[in-house]
Design a protein around this ligand. Structure first.
Ligand SMILES: [Zn+2]
Ligand SMILES: [Zn+2]
Length: 331
């Protein structure tokens, strides 16, 4: 089995989850044509596996994809699938259901376990301190470490920039996380993106209706930031499951974002405990949307790469094994 990339001579990383092909964190394969490649992380070229190493590995990869694989993104010709510590680039037509939002669900669970560790550390320290303060310190405790970590990561400001009130022209230059919950979320005027609205303080004191608006990519960015801030503690597995089921029922992360913003929504209502599942679903949807766009670009590149490498593999295989048919009947 090779350990170095034949193109750039960089070391190919090992994996722990594919017994018959323990090389490469990203493995490309085509079960119909019987091709198998280790993708080099440095130069992104595909290293064709020796002919005799392929068959058991191909079977194992298809099994892993079916049993543990999560489809991150797919086109008609190619799918990117996560299976434990390897990413599979599976070539071939197959109806694979994308479970893109599953990835972000994992992120929620990771946050949750970090939150627990911090809580535990803090509680242990406070119990010790309470012995001397008679329990007083313990009463104030609970989230000090978590909030400190969150403050370090986000700071106090959700948005900074300049936007004029549509009525009086007064400028708003920042929105703190504390005040961010008073924003209203709607679709923008064109109906294609998000908009966030904040009531104008001057107009309010003059009993007029006025507001500041953030739209498009800025609104999306601010909303993602505010939601991640509010959900810094993550969510339980059952909550993530309920949220992804909700996205499933509506159809797609994008449809969910459209559905929830259609009627307009004040963020503090969204963050109330009754709507927590919806709020988690919206955060997942917003992030998936951004990540999906990146994945689609990546997949287009992978497809181009596959066409080049497949051409080389077809020649290499026919030269090495002129008497063998490299195509195995599909199972
Ligand atoms: Zn390489
Ligand atoms: Zn105003």
């Amino acid at each position: 089995m090779f350990q170095h990339c034949i193109f750039c001579h960089g070391k190919l990383p090992a994996n722990d989850s594919v017994e018959h092909f323990p090389v490469g964190r990203r493995i490309a394969y085509d079960p119909h044509r019987g091709r198998l490649w280790a993708v080099c992380p440095s130069c992104t070229r595909w290293n064709l596996a020796p002919f005799e190493d392929r068959w058991e590995a191909l079977e194992e990869l298809e099994r892993a994809r079916r049993d543990r694989g999560r489809v991150l993104s797919s086109t008609d010709n190619i799918a990117l699938v996560q299976a434990n510590d390897v990413e599979l680039v599976r070539v071939g037509k197959a109806r694979l259901t994308e479970e893109a939002w599953w990835r972000y669900g994992q992120e929620m669970l990771r946050r949750r376990s970090r939150h627990r560790v911090l809580r535990w550390t803090e509680t242990a320290a406070l119990v010790g301190a309470s012995v001397t303060t008679g329990g007083l310190l313990y009463m104030f405790g609970g989230n000090i470490l978590n909030n400190a970590v969150r403050y370090q990561k986000f700071g106090p400001v959700a948005w900074q920039g300049e936007t004029a009130c549509i009525t009086c022209g007064a400028l708003l230059q920042q929105i703190s996380f504390r005040r961010s919950k008073f924003m209203h979320l709607t679709r923008d005027n064109a109906g294609t993106g998000l908009a966030l609205h904040m009531r104008c303080g001057y107009c309010r004191s003059e009993r007029r209706v006025g507001e500041h608006q953030l739209e498009g990519i800025v609104a999306e960015h601010v909303l993602r930031r505010v939601m991640t801030y509010h959900h810094f503690h993550g969510a339980s597995e059952s909550r993530v499951r309920a949220a992804t089921d909700y996205i499933d029922r509506i159809g797609s992360p994008d449809a969910l974002a459209r559905d929830m913003t259609r009627a307009g929504l004040r963020l503090d209502h969204l963050f109330s405990s009754e709507r927590r599942t919806h709020a988690i679903a919206l955060e997942i949807a917003l992030n998936e949307d951004a990540e999906r766009r990146l994945l689609e670009m990546e997949l287009a590149e992978l497809e181009t790469r596959w066409r080049q490498e497949e051409e080389i593999a077809a020649i290499a295989d026919s030269l090495l094994t002129p008497s063998l048919d490299p195509i195995r009947p599909h199972e």
